[in-house]
Design a protein around this ligand. Structure first.
Ligand SMILES: Cc1ncc(COP(=O)(O)O)c(C=O)c1O
Length: 439
């Protein structure tokens, strides 16, 4: 060492885990890259990573190219043409009136969540299971976290009673993370469920951060309701282009602020944005205008990706449910479901496997090579033998082209579509079956 300066880490950081989904995805990617060079006979069944396989729609790519020269800074709340386009899209797709002045565009949905949790007081109420991303954010900004358990019998949905139980114990304001459509379960909350949650939220001063990033992957195009439509005064909607438009790496998300957000609080978003990221990338914002385009090209892309996710994910969840000792949620949206291996607990215990993480590692390792994310890394208790399954390990562009050329029409066609285009998903199920038989 050159001199005596010692670099001391912020003590918060030691408690933060590398999100397990990224860690697993990185390991599988490294393995596949090595295999491209030296060849490997036994690839992974990659059920661990949740990203769209379809690629960015052409019209977005073209907009990005057309605006590549625009290197100027922009308003930290986002460009007006984008905010106005989002408003038009919300009206047409979700029949909701959104004031463009209540939209704050940011570099990613994650950023929107960080900013809201930073700006508003009170502990974060986090359901179990939940997406891996919420907990590290709270740890990073020192936000207290209250766990909201859910039950497998109700498809791991938050109930009004459950919310009432935790929120009534908080002195003052709290902030509920609501994720519908849900990662990891694929559940979509109905309007009446949301109304019941809204009633509790009103009673106990609960602000809702409603993460609706999978709304455009709801299998029934009319099946999704936004929390903001039943609790407009207290809901922050956060969403972005990562999932439905295959553009996670573009880093573009936004928040729609609740009716009761004051002018000063809206200015606070500008202030924090200006003090941190300045503005979301301008060329990317032009591409995002096209992500919310109302024309035929974007509409047919959205429809195709929605249907392919429905076909793949429902079929895969059904195949999991048919495995002895395994249960799985029935997804209504997204490219995930949540699988429960509780029925194998005794057999697993006999092999020394007692926790979700041990199960994840066992299945990941040789000879199984099945990558799935443990419930434990999704805020479930360690002994829960649950795993999140993502259904996107297939050639997205080729599958989308095949769908557009000849969309499957019957249930039989859909089954054949999975068999033709998603062999790795089926290979994963076959491997699981063999492993279960060997227990
Ligand atoms: C539920 C949920 N919210 C937010 C995000 C992150 O979105 P973004 O990439 O726009 O930051 C993800 C990504 O996996 C997610 O699953």
């Amino acid at each position: 060492m050159k001199n005596s300066i010692k670099l001391e880490t912020n003590p918060n950081i030691a408690d933060i885990q590398m999100p397990e989904n990224l860690a697993l995805a990185m390991k599988v990617m490294q393995f596949r890259m090595k295999c491209m060079k030296i060849g490997c006979a036994y690839d992974y069944a990659h059920f661990a990573f949740g990203a769209s396989p379809f690629g960015v729609p052409e019209l977005m790519q073209q907009a990005l190219k057309d605006h590549a020269a625009e290197g100027q800074y922009g308003p930290s709340v986002g460009m007006e043409p984008l905010r106005k386009q989002i408003t038009r899209f919300w009206k047409m797709h979700f029949q909701m009136e959104v004031d463009p002045d209540r939209i704050v565009v940011m570099p990613g949905t994650k950023q929107a969540i960080i900013q809201i949790l930073t700006l508003f007081k009170g502990p974060m109420i986090l359901p179990a299971p939940s997406w891996t991303g919420y907990l590290p954010i709270a740890q990073l900004i020192n936000k207290p976290v209250i766990k909201l358990p859910t039950m497998p019998e109700s498809g791991y949905r938050i109930s009004a009673e459950g919310l009432n139980e935790v929120a009534s114990k908080v002195d003052g304001q709290s902030m509920l993370i609501l994720n519908s459509p849900n990662n990891p379960t694929g559940a979509v909350y109905s309007k009446s469920e949301l109304k019941q949650l809204a009633a509790v939220a009103r009673q106990h001063n609960v602000i809702v951060i409603s993460d609706e990033i999978y709304s455009l992957i709801t299998y029934d195009p009319h099946g999704y309701t936004s929390m903001a439509s039943v609790y407009p005064e207290g809901t922050f909607v956060v969403t972005g282009i990562a999932k439905y438009a295959g553009a996670g790496g573009y880093r573009l998300g936004f928040a729609i602020l609740p009716d009761n957000c004051t002018e000063q609080q809206i200015l606070d978003f500008t202030k924090v944005g200006a003090a941190t990221y300045t503005n979301a990338s301008i060329p990317i914002q032009f591409a995002a205008v096209k992500a919310y385009d109302l024309g035929e090209e974007m509409s047919s892309y959205i429809e195709a990706q929605r249907n392919i996710h429905r076909i793949m994910t429902i079929d895969l969840a059904r195949r999991f449910r048919e495995l002895p000792g395994v249960d799985a949620t029935t997804p209504e949206a997204s490219f995930y479901f949540f699988a429960d291996f509780e029925g194998l607990r005794d057999k697993l215990a006999a092999k020394g496997i007692k926790t979700g993480m041990e199960l994840e590692h066992l299945l990941y390792d040789h000879p199984h090579h099945i990558a799935m994310l443990s419930g434990e890394s999704l805020f479930m208790s360690p002994e829960s033998l649950t795993l999140r399954v993502a259904s996107v390990d297939y050639d997205g562009p080729a599958t989308m082209q095949a769908y557009l050329d000849d969309p499957p029409k019957t249930a039989e066609d859909e089954r054949a579509f999975v068999e033709t285009h998603a062999p790795r998903l089926l290979m994963g199920v076959t491997r699981l079956q063999r492993w279960i038989e060997s227990l």
